[in-house]
Design a protein around this ligand. Structure first.
Ligand code: SAH
Length: 269
């Protein structure tokens, strides 16, 4: 006997002229976009696009849409946040259907919250569509559940790059908390400041704690390296894994780290 199928979900209304939609473009693989994101990208007449948003995602845009890259390109400094805000507001006031495409999830780092505040202050209707954040894609690339209950009670997404004037994370304290509370650490934007992150973490976590670095998660260029916290800086230097990368720290990696001993090898996906 057939079980009756549920009625299909009616799609939400498409973004309208005069509004801005912050869309999470996910970690890179276009197949990780949500349905909502694909529909919003397709409806946009103007897209303001961050650097880490790949061409596969942009292929969902209409051929007639204007695509404006507002990230660092070819070594240029990134477009200032104030200028991006101005562009979004001007385009919405001109009656465009504006999509602001942001890597990963718009509300995990990347200033999505500040953009929403500026748009609201200017009286522009704004909505936000989730994306898969890089830390989750990195964990899946490793085949590691960030909260495996044998090893972790939770997970912390933390940035290695604080805003100017902000002292940033107390890495030693965070490490001590992670150790005591059994939390996995997922560090975004941690490569440039690795020296101080590394020395801080070693003050609160044992040197044998497993670590992984995942570069370009979900993309064809994806690579990762495994090791221990004590050897993290050497691992990065040896394997040449640069940005975009996330660093995962914690016992959820234990099986993987053991498999990689003694050479702490790098794997191409
Ligand atoms: N909003 C984004 C994060 C923006 S901060 C998100 O939710 O994913 C930018 C940082 O994200 C990069 O410096 C890097 O640490 C990380 N990142 C973004 N895409 C990545 C990818 N495909 N693989 C690994 N790290 C990535």
């Amino acid at each position: 006997m057939h079980t009756p199928r549920p009625t299909p979900h009616a799609p939400s209304p498409l973004p309208q002229p005069g509004t801005v939609t912050l869309v999470g473009a996910g970690p890179g693989d276009p197949e990780l976009l949500t349905f909502k994101a694909v529909r919003a990208i397709g409806a946009a007449t103007v897209l303001l696009v961050d650097d880490l948003v790949g061409d596969g995602v942009l292929a969902c845009a209409s051929h007639t849409a204007r695509i404006v890259h507002v990230g660092k390109r070819g070594g240029c400094r990134s477009t200032s946040q104030a200028f991006i805000d101005k562009l979004m507001i001007a385009a919405a006031r001109a009656g465009e259907v504006v999509v602001r495409l942001k890597g990963g999830d718009p509300f995990i780092f990347g200033r999505g919250g500040e953009e929403v505040e500026h748009l609201q202050a200017a009286g522009i209707p704004v909505q936000v569509i989730n994306g898969i954040t890089a830390g989750l894609a990195a964990a899946t690339a490793l085949g590691v559940p960030l909260t495996h209950r044998d090893h972790a009670h939770g997970v912390v997404f933390v940035t290695g790059h604080a805003k100017p004037g902000d002292a940033g994370t107390d890495w030693a304290q965070l490490a001590a908390t992670a150790h005591q509370a059994r939390l996995t650490l997922v560090i975004y934007m941690g490569i440039a400041g690795i020296a101080s992150i590394h020395s801080g973490l070693l003050r609160g976590l044992p040197a044998h704690t497993p670590v992984a670095v995942v570069h370009s998660a979900s993309l064809p260029a994806q690579r990762h390296a495994l090791g221990t916290l004590g050897g993290l800086r050497d691992l990065l230097a040896r394997e040449g894994l640069g940005s975009p990368a996330v660093i995962v720290v914690g016992d959820v990696l234990r099986g993987l780290a053991a498999a990689a001993e003694p050479s702490q090898k790098t794997c191409a996906a």
